[in-house]
Design a binder for this molecule. Sequence first.
Ligand SMILES: NC(=O)C1=CN([C@@H]2O[C@H](COP(=O)(O)OP(=O)(O)OC[C@H]3O[C@@H](n4cnc5c(N)ncnc54)[C@H](OP(=O)(O)O)[C@@H]3O)[C@@H](O)[C@H]2O)C=CC1
Ligand SMILES: Nc1nc(=O)c2c([nH]1)NC[C@@H]1CN(c3ccc(C(=O)N[C@@H](CCC(=O)O)C(=O)O)cc3)C=[N+]21
Length: 303
Amino acid sequence: MTDIAARLLDGKALARSLQNEYKKRIATLEPKIGRPPGLAVLMVGENPASAVYVRNKERASSKVGIASFGQHFPVTVTQTELEVAIDLLNADDCVDGILLQLPLPSHLDATALLYRIRPEKDADGLHPVNLGRLVRSEPGLRSCTPAGVMRLLAEYDIDPAGKRALVVGRSILVGKPMALMLLEANASVAIAHSHTSASDLCDLARKADILVPAVGKAGLIGPELVKPGAVVVDVGIVRVTNPDGSHHLTGDVDFDGVSRVASAIAPVPGGVGPMTVALLLENTITSWVTSWERRRSEAHAAL
Ligand SMILES: NC(=O)C1=CN([C@@H]2O[C@H](COP(=O)(O)OP(=O)(O)OC[C@H]3O[C@@H](n4cnc5c(N)ncnc54)[C@H](OP(=O)(O)O)[C@@H]3O)[C@@H](O)[C@H]2O)C=CC1
Ligand SMILES: Nc1nc(=O)c2c([nH]1)NC[C@@H]1CN(c3ccc(C(=O)N[C@@H](CCC(=O)O)C(=O)O)cc3)C=[N+]21
């Protein structure tokens, strides 16, 4: 095996510097706008990956000066109760971003709820209007995780143009928008999923210059699936129970093995996760500024 010491794609450090920029931007604009940006997170029940996300989001929001409007519902919450919560947040002028934590318990219709969020407040970029804009390569609010991956690649001067990319996973939250963003950046993109045979996954992965696993299965990607010199961006988040009952987070990638083959690797934790949080803050700030500009131009038009 070629022994290459892979570069670490340090999402944690990049997210920290982005947060410092956001903090300055908010401090400059808040006196003009007259209120801080507001982000509302709706979470239902207990999900370990969501709990990590919610905790990190709240910490980062308070650090940069975004007001949090978190609401945590029990698993027994009804569709109507969530609809009412979304309607109130849609109408609340202090709320710029609304995020509905996924997955939801199976008695709830996640799609209907995502469609109910006003597209201008869709901090997660999951409303069909925003997904449609992405398909068309138009500006709009974009899914935070794939947008975070693209920002991380750019930071390390990794240009997907002309490269072969493989995205493993095809969810609306990560896999599909990830593939579209890599395509927009002129990569030749393939997508693998649960119906892809093990041998096809192996063939596709070993050809990929950029490999983005987004599945949630620890150890799915070992060194035998990685082209020497490839860039590997691990999106998966898996909570593993240690023998002593404590927990740690890992991704889809066998980090030790793959980092000997890849030229660059984004680890879990410390890679894509913090970038997701950063891009969520960025989307919220974008909505805050856009809604202020819209209101200002409406006020001018009324004069
Ligand atoms: N780092 C971060 O910021 C974030 C991390 N995550 C993590 O990323 C992972 C994926 O999240 P999400 O997309 O929401 O999850 P989903 O469960 O919605 O999607 C998983 C995808 O993986 C595919 N899949 C399942 N098993 C295999 C397999 N053996 N081989 C190839 N593909 C497979 C599924 O295929 P099919 O469509 O056929 O079912 C599906 O498309 C999770 O671990 C999640 O916690 C999620 C969001 C943000
Ligand atoms: N509508 C919706 N949008 C999401 O984006 C979404 C979601 N639902 N449901 C759950 C998943 C999971 N997810 C994570 C984001 C960041 C970290 C994160 O900050 N990870 C740190 C963890 C550090 C620590 O250990 O605290 C890291 O990887 O370094 C984790 C998980 C977003 N998700």
